[in-house]
Ligand binder design. Structure first.
Ligand code: PBG
Length: 356
C-alpha cells in the first residue's frame, strides 16, 4: 500500500535485503529511492535541471554622468562605474552584442542642480533624457528602462516633494507623471516608478495615455522595501550625501509580507505591465508569493548592496564571485522571477555566452 508525503511523492518502502547478495550488503541501507542517482554526472544533472538563467532574463542598470570620456569607479560597487553618455553608448553596444534585452538608467547630476522639488527631473534636456535619446537613436532595438523618482534630483535625497519634513504623496505623484511623460518622449520604452507613492501607477498610466503613448510599459517597483541594501546605489547617484533621514514613511517595512501583496495588487489594478520586488535575495519569499498569487511578469532587483557583498567577499578570496553570481541569479529564477535587474548583467551574459 502506497503512502504519500507532500504532493504525491511516494514514501520509500523499506525493501528487505538479501544479506548474501553482495559484499557491501552489510552496509546497504534498505532504501530504493536514491536522489543522488540523477546527480551522478553532468549530463544527467543537465537533463533534470529545473531552472536556468538565460541572457534574456537580464536588465543591466547603468549610472550616467555629464562630460565626455568619463568613467568614474563607484568605490562601494567594485567593477561598476559612472559613465558619460559616450561611454554609455559603448556599453549599450556591448549589451547589444551580448543580447542583453534592456538597460536601466540612473543619473548622477551635479549638486547645484538638485533642489527642494527636484525640478531638474522635469527638464526635457536633462542628463537622463539626453542619454535615452542618444541610445535610442543608435540602438533602437535595445530596451530602455527609465526610473521614475525624484531622489537623484532633490537636495534632500528623497523620492518626492518635502513639506514640513514630510514627503507629500499626491503632489509628488503629479510631478512623477510629468517626469514619466518626459522620459518616454526622450526614448524610454519602459517607465519604472521606484518612489512608492500611493496611486502613482494609475496616474502615470493616464498621463501617458493622454499623450498618445499607450505603448509605453510600466514596470512598477511594486513591493519596494526600505532597505539598508541600497547604500552603494546612493553612493553611485550621490544621494547618500544628500539624504536626510530615511525612507520608511513611503518604502515598505521589511517585517511585512502580506502588505507586499496588497501593494502589488493595487499596482496591477492601476495598470502596471510588470511588477517588481526589491531588494532580491533577502526577499525571495516575496518574489515567490507575488509570482504564485498574481502570475504577472515578475521582476526582481538584485540591488547594489547584494552586489557589493558578493564582490567584497570575492575580492577577499572568501568566496568564488562568479559562482556566487550564477547561484544568486538562478535563485531568482527558482523563486519565480521572469527577469532580474542586476549589476552582474554583462558578466553573467558573457559567462552564459561562453558556455553556450
Ligand atoms: C531610487 C532608487 C533606489 C534604487 C533604485 N531606485 C534607491 C532608493 O530607493 O533609495 C536602489 C537600487 C540599488 O540599490 O541597486 N528611487
Amino acid at each position: 500500500m502506497a503512502s504519500f508525503i507532500g504532493r504525491n511523492r511516494p514514501v520509500d518502502r523499506f525493501t528487505p535485503l538479501d544479506p548474501q547478495s553482495s559484499s557491501e550488503a552489510k552496509y546497504r541501507l534498505p532504501i530504493r529511492t536514491r536522489l543522488r542517482r540523477n546527480r551522478k554526472a553532468d549530463w544527467s544533472r543537465r537533463l533534470v535541471r529545473e531552472n536556468k538563467l538565460s541572457t534574456d532574463d537580464l536588465i543591466w542598470p547603468l549610472f550616467v554622468i555629464e562630460g565626455e570620456k568619463q568613467r568614474e569607479p563607484v568605490a562601494s560597487m567594485p567593477g561598476v562605474e559612472r559613465l558619460s553618455i559616450d561611454e554609455v553608448l559603448r556599453e549599450a553596444e556591448r549589451a547589444m552584442k551580448l543580447k542583453i534585452p534592456a538597460l536601466a538608467l540612473f543619473p548622477n547630476i551635479d549638486r547645484e542642480k538638485r533642489d527642494e522639488r527636484g525640478s531638474e527631473a522635469l527638464r526635457d534636456d536633462n542628463l537622463v533624457c539626453r542619454t535615452l535619446t542618444a541610445i535610442k537613436q543608435r540602438f533602437p532595438e535595445l530596451g530602455l528602462v527609465a526610473d521614475v523618482a525624484l531622489d537623484p534630483y532633490t537636495s534632500h535625497g528623497h523620492d518626492g516633494v518635502m513639506a514640513e519634513g514630510e514627503i507629500v504623496n499626491d503632489e509628488t505623484v503629479h510631478l512623477l507623471a510629468q517626469q514619466a511623460v518626459l522620459l518616454a518622449q526622450a526614448g524610454a520604452d519602459v517607465v519604472a516608478p521606484s518612489d512608492m507613492m500611493d496611486g502613482r501607477v494609475g496616474f502615470i498610466r493616464n498621463a501617458l495615455d493622454n499623450k498618445g503613448m499607450s505603448e509605453i510599459q510600466i514596470l512598477a517597483y511594486a513591493a519596494k522595501y526600505a532597505s539598508a541594501f541600497y547604500g552603494p546605489f546612493r553612493d553611485a547617484v550621490g544621494s547618500n550625501a544628500t539624504l536626510k533621514g530615511d525612507k520608511r514613511t513611503y518604502q515598505m517595512d521589511f517585517s511585512n509580507g502580506d502588505e507586499a501583496l496588497r501593494e502589488v495588487a493595487l499596482d496591477i489594478q492601476e495598470g502596471a505591465d510588470m511588477v517588481m520586488v526589491k531588494p532580491g535575495l533577502p526577499y525571495l519569499d516575496i518574489v515567490w508569493r507575488v509570482r504564485e498569487e498574481f502570475g504577472m511578469p515578475t521582476f526582481v532587483y538584485q540591488v547594489s548592496g547584494e552586489y557589493a557583498m558578493i564582490e567584497a567577499a570575492a575580492k577577499n578570496g572568501w568566496l568564488d564571485g562568479e559562482k556566487a553570481m550564477m547561484e544568486s541569479l538562478t535563485a531568482f529564477k527558482r523563486a519565480g522571477a521572469d527577469a532580474v535587474l542586476t549589476y552582474f548583467a554583462p558578466r553573467a551574459a558573457e559567462k552564459l555566452a561562453r558556455e553556450a
